[in-house]
Design a binder for this molecule. Structure first.
Ligand SMILES: *Cc1c(COP(=O)(O)O)cnc(C)c1O
Length: 355
């Protein structure tokens, strides 16, 4: 493994691997043996280390706990039939972390450090990458403020870490969603575009409320008028109406620039599938449900890749979607993405990084 970033390695004394039942993994519960840590001080990143996963000390005055300067990424590694470890679009995650950092007044992390750390961590914990279609190793890179200071200002010191968690075959049961017209995930000028921890904190209450009403997730609308569809839960959302895919544009600052979204749109383009990047209004969606021109609706994100939507609640009414046909775009694009991720299909856009 050629690495330009000098990373020290302290190996775990007793691997936790024998305790893991790979046939019944619960998302986010089992954490791999090691983690990567880097500290930012005096204007630069250093002290690069891979150490056993475990608790760490921070001061009660840690700025993250009070003012929430915290961002993260989510990505996955897969094992192909030869036992090689492949990571999906890692450069895109490294780049997006820096875009989030810029919005939150946090320092840029050179992409080479992100990628070298990721490669070395995955090399150390490669036995944690589950084999078998559907299983993967979830990767969580994140950065947070480290100043022990109560004044409101951007922190001077930060920590960047990566740890990983094996996840089992994700059976993507279709989800029901409720169009949210009271609460707001993101508004113009806000932090919706950044993968910031606080965005998630703010979304928990409305999401829980919807779950109590019997819906799996929300369909977020714009903060100003609540008339345009933005995202679904923690995924981007795509609709297919009269043969055309429609998904919200990501240049307005309120929509997270999903890497799954951009991959799905790239494949649609490759296949000559018509795509419109524009806001779908709630009333257009309601009309399409009433006159049955809505053919497909699905969330797109790293966790599920494609989450089929089977029910949409709008203004007090539930609408059921047609059963997803085997040749539906959402089914075909899921097969294509899985094929690329597990190294079974050609990777025409060089999305996979082999460790
Ligand atoms: C992470 C995230 C997504 C999906 O992004 P991917 O890169 O596809 O995983 C979509 N919306 C929000 C709000 C997110 O945080």
């Amino acid at each position: 493994m050629q690495n330009s970033t000098p990373i020290s390695l302290t190996k775990i004394a007793n691997s936790k691997l024998p305790e893991i039942d790979f046939s019944s993994l619960v998302f986010g519960k089992s954490i791999s043996d090691h983690m990567f840590v880097a500290d930012y001080q005096n204007g630069s990143w250093g002290d690069f280390r891979i150490v056993p996963y475990g608790p760490m000390e921070i001061y009660p005055g840690n700025a993250t706990l009070h003012y929430g300067q915290a961002i993260f990424e989510g990505m996955k590694a897969y094992k192909n039939e030869k036992g090689e470890v492949l990571v999906f679009r890692a450069e895109a995650n490294a780049k997006r972390l820096n875009e989030s950092a810029a919005r939150m007044c946090m320092p840029q992390l050179p992409e080479s450090i992100f990628l070298d750390a990721l490669k070395q961590l995955l090399a150390v914990d490669r036995d944690w990458v589950p084999q078998g279609k559907g299983s993967s190793l979830y990767i969580r890179p994140f950065m947070f403020a480290m100043d022990n200071y109560l004044g409101v200002k951007p922190s001077d010191t930060y920590r960047f870490m990566i740890f990983t968690s094996p996840v089992g075959a994700y059976y993507s049961k279709p989800v029901s969603v409720k169009v949210e017209t009271t609460y707001t995930r993101a508004c113009e000028g806000g932090t919706g575009e950044a993968k910031a921890a606080g965005n998630y904190a703010a979304s928990l209450y409305p999401a829980l409320k919807a779950q109590k009403e019997g819906y799996d997730q929300l369909l977020w609308t714009d903060g100003k008028t609540h008339s345009q569809i933005e995202e679904s839960g923690t995924m981007n959302v795509v609709f297919k109406i009269n043969g055309t895919l429609i998904t919200a544009p990501t240049h307005g600052g309120t929509i997270l620039k999903g890497i799954t979204r951009s991959s799905v749109l790239q494949l649609a383009k490759d296949w000559g599938q018509a795509v419109e990047e524009r806001f779908l209004t709630v009333s257009e969606l309601e009309d399409a449900l009433k006159n049955e021109s809505l053919e497909e609706a699905f969330g797109v994100g790293t966790a599920a890749t494609i989450a089929f939507i089977n029910k949409i609640h709008i203004h007090g009414k539930d609408y059921l979607l047609p059963e997803v046909a085997p040749d539906a775009f959402s089914k075909r694009v899921l097969l294509a993405l899985d094929g690329i991720k597990y190294g079974e299909l050609q990777d025409p856009h060089q999305w996979m990084l082999t460790i």
